[in-house]
Design a protein around this ligand. Structure first.
Ligand code: XUL
Length: 511
């Protein structure tokens, strides 16, 4: 038996999945929820609460403690960790981790009788890691645009306009605000490359999938852009790990992890971002299918053949299977849905029942509870084309979830209309949301073997990089359709009209 382990370090939890590509077996996901399982970090939603909603940071020690706990839970669940032949992973994108010069020597000397968090606590030059929800770098984005010829020029170079949550502007802000701490920084990692380094016991590279989410990678040359790096922060180029194809497995598992039954020395594949991994885990990497992920963020993505024509909205990242992918990110995803569900005191079933009792397509709103990435909104407020006080709870909630899908359809607009959408992420388990996505897009919604596509994608990448399985065979094995939800054609006109009203509301509120 050859098993491969995929770990997904997301915003609110860390999850692990084992696969056996020879038999098509896939374990149930094992999870550690940061808020519930590690309350001592004071991060109920996976980040440190801050009264300024543009500031969103997490304690990287929490991620280390969660990694230990995840592997312990997998060992206790009697998963065959001793037969794992390769590991890969997935990280929430854009988050940056700042390490001092003690990081490499501490990693080399990890003792199995102590925890990762206890041993690495002195290896950081910055105690908090800004995550993808942080929108506090507007000034730095403007400086980058002014220096490099504007938004379009930066987009042509790095695949994205200078973007608040991207790691480059975040590093720039840190170096400007805290120069002494920046001087003590020896290496800047992404969440993905940081955790990969911990597994391998040495600094690991960043892959093209996640590296492209930094405003630092020249997408045409696939190497760090020395000019942009120099302007971003002095000495940054020397502090970045190398950037490599996602298929490389340069690491070997550190002896520390033998305590969980894993064999030291097995290959560790470079990790990638959660969206690039989900592209693999939904089978979207080869087929050109559109993928919608309903997670902490909602994302819409798919492959593109080359860089000839960059899409108008969103970003271009490396596709871990080769080539590129485009992505549009909506920061108001599950946390916004969950906020209103608990605001009205509803269980998940009641939430669905309330919405089902109402008429589709009637009302729209701008679903911005927290700073929004697409379109960029730094100071969010909900805006309505109806009087929320006159609406029933169900009408309000339907307006919310439909508008979340309408904003996706609007911002995916320049692309060819999909006939099929692969749906993943926690909220993809909801039959109601599946139907709303199908109806709003008038496309069939396909659900794969698991809604944990990022963890599955990571396990498939491990099997590819460490076990020699092709992405074609892995996709055939693990990404078959388990359920298909057909759109209701009678609602096509309703949602076309709803989209028109949503776009009007958008125009009225964007300045
Ligand atoms: C993508 C993005 C989010 C994070 C967290 O650009 O910011 O989707 O990857 O999931």
């Amino acid at each position: 038996m050859k098993y491969f382990l995929g770990i997904d370090a997301g915003t609110q939890s860390i999850k692990g999945i084992l696969i056996d590509p020879a038999t098509g077996w896939c374990s149930e996901p094992v999870a550690v929820h940061f808020g519930r399982d590690l309350p001592q970090y004071g991060s109920p939603d996976g980040f440190l609460p801050n009264p300024d909603s543009r500031i969103r940071r997490a304690n990287p020690l929490m991620w280390l403690e969660a990694l230990d706990l995840l592997l312990e839970r997998m060992r206790r669940a009697d998963l065959p960790l001793s037969q794992v032949d390769g590991i890969s992973g997935s990280g929430q994108q854009h988050g940056s981790v700042y390490l001092n010069e003690r990081f490499p020597e501490t990693l080399k000397a990890l003792r199995a009788d102590l925890t990762l968090a206890a041993q690495l606590t002195h290896a950081f030059s910055r105690a908090e890691a800004p995550i993808w929800m942080d929108a506090s770098t507007t000034a730095q984005c403007e400086q980058l645009r002014a220096k490099f010829g504007g938004a379009e020029a930066i987009r042509q170079r790095t695949g994205s306009d200078a973007t608040e949550r991207f790691s480059g502007p975040q590093i720039m802000k840190f170096a400007q605000d805290e120069p002494e701490q920046w001087a003590k920084t020896a290496t800047v990692h992404l969440v993905s490359s940081f955790l990969a380094s911990v597994l391998a016991g040495e600094n690991m590279p960043i892959d093209y999938g996640d590296g492209a989410g930094m405003n630092l990678l020249n997408l045409h040359r696939l190497e760090w852009d020395a000019e942009i790096a120099k302007f971003t922060a002095s000495g940054l180029l020397n502090r970045l790990p190398s950037c490599v194809p996602s298929t490389q497995a340069p690491g070997r598992l550190a002896p520390y992890f033998a305590k969980y039954g894993l064999r030291p020395g097995i290959p560790v594949n470079v990790w990638s971002g959660d969206n690039p991994n989900s592209l693999i885990g939904t089978g979207g990497s080869l087929s050109g299918r559109a993928v919608v992920s309903l997670g902490t963020s909602d994302t819409y993505f798919g492959t593109i053949p080359d860089l000839a024509e960059l899409p108008r909205h969103g970003h271009v990242f490396g596709n871990p299977a080769g080539g590129f992918m485009t992505l549009v990110c909506f920061a108001n995803g599950s946390l916004t849905r969950e906020h209103f569900r608990s605001h009205f005191g509803l269980s998940r079933e009641e939430f669905e029942r309330e919405i089902r009792q109402t008429t589709p397509g009637k009302y729209q709103l701008l679903p911005w509870l927290v700073p929004e990435a697409t379109p960029p909104v730094a100071h969010p407020t909900l805006q309505y084309n109806f009087d929320p006080k006159q609406a029933t709870t169900g009408e309000f909630l339907r307006a919310l979830v439909e508008s979340q899908v309408l904003t996706m359809r609007h911002h995916a607009g320049s692309r060819r209309k999909p006939t099929q959408i692969r749906l993943t992420g926690g909220a993809a388990a909801s039959p109601l949301l599946r139907q709303i996505v199908a109806d709003v897009f008038q496309a069939a919604v396909v659900i794969g073997d698991t809604t944990e596509a990022a963890a599955l994608g990571a396990a498939m990448r491990a099997a590819n990089a460490c076990g020699g399985f092709s992405f074609e065979e892995l996709t055939e094995c693990f990404c078959t359709a388990q359920a298909t939800v057909e759109p209701n054609p009678a609602l096509a006109g309703t949602y076309d009209a709803g989209l028109g009203r949503f776009e009007k509301l958008l125009l009225q509120n964007l300045h």
